[in-house]
Design a binder for this molecule. Structure first.
Ligand SMILES: Nc1ncnc2c1ncn2[C@@H]1O[C@H](COP(=O)(O)OP(=O)(O)OP(=O)(O)O)[C@@H](O)[C@H]1O
Ligand SMILES: [Mg+2]
Length: 228
């Protein structure tokens, strides 16, 4: 039997609305965790040509998530990864140990995005996403709540304390997992994913039932129109 693949250091996912401070913080973090590998996913996708098109309105490439994961997943088996991306719900749950969601006050975020020269619609789209907490919500829906941590990133003091907290968390994880953790699907996640799939299936069944109901209503309507 093939030996089970395990990691002995955690994979850290650093996420948040564009401009919240992921990359700046990750650069500081990597200095404190020098044996970790830093993956800026926007750059990684470009380097590995993980694109499936171009969004003219957003003036950005559309990332092919399947190709991205094909390239990235084997690298995550080693652990010791810092992953930096504003999208967080694409990474396999079994390979992520901590999800940090950076948050930022709107006026500060406006100034940062404006300084980047983003056009008004793009600034507004990101400010709306930050107000509604879209990234945090995605993280809560995609990972166990215990591993999702929300941190403010408004000031340089915030940034320093965030780096300290993540470094302390990493040290603690290593102490608590002397045997490492499996890269394969653990039982509790298999059960959870099975339940989720069954729930989605029943939701899509009831959606298609109500769609066919409204179809038949529409048929009746058109029949009655025909009669008139
Ligand atoms: N906590 C903070 N305090 C002060 N300035 C910050 C903080 N976080 C980020 N900044 C500044 O805000 C700008 C945007 O930060 P950064 O590029 O790290 O964001 P990002 O989350 O990586 O964005 P993107 O998703 O677009 O890559 C940078 O100029 C950075 O110096
Ligand atoms: Mg960045």
């Amino acid at each position: 039997m093939a030996k089970e693949s395990r990691r002995y250091r955690p994979n850290l996912l650093i996420t948040g609305t564009p401009g919240c401070g992921k990359t700046t913080t990750c650069e500081l973090l990597q200095r404190r965790l020098p044996d970790f590998t830093y993956y800026n996913i926007s750059e990684f996708a470009e380097k590995h040509k993980c694109y499936e098109g171009y969004d003219k309105d957003r003036k950005s490439h559309i990332v092919d998530e399947d190709k991205l994961l094909d390239e990235l997943e084997p690298l995550l088996h080693e652990g010791k990864s810092i992953i930096d991306w504003h999208v967080n719900d694409v990474f396999p749950e079994r390979l992520i140990d901590l999800v940090v969601v950076f948050r930022c006050d709107n006026s500060i975020l406006f100034d940062r995005l404006h300084a980047r020269g983003y056009h008004e619609a793009k600034i507004q789209e990101n400010l709306d996403a930050e107000i509604m907490g879209v990234v945090l919500q995605d993280a809560m829906e995609s990972y166990e709540q215990e591993i999702v941590v929300e941190l403010q990133s408004n000031t340089t003091e915030d940034m320093d304390s965030n780096v300290d907290r993540i470094v302390a968390w990493e040290k603690n994880w290593v102490e608590q997992h002397p045997e490492g953790v499996t890269n394969e699907l653990p039982e509790y996640l298999a059960k959870k994913q099975g339940k989720k799939a069954a729930q989605e299936e029943s939701e899509s069944d009831s959606e298609s039932e109500s769609a066919s109901e409204s179809e038949s209503e529409a048929d009746e309507e058109s029949e009655s129109e025909d009669k008139e």
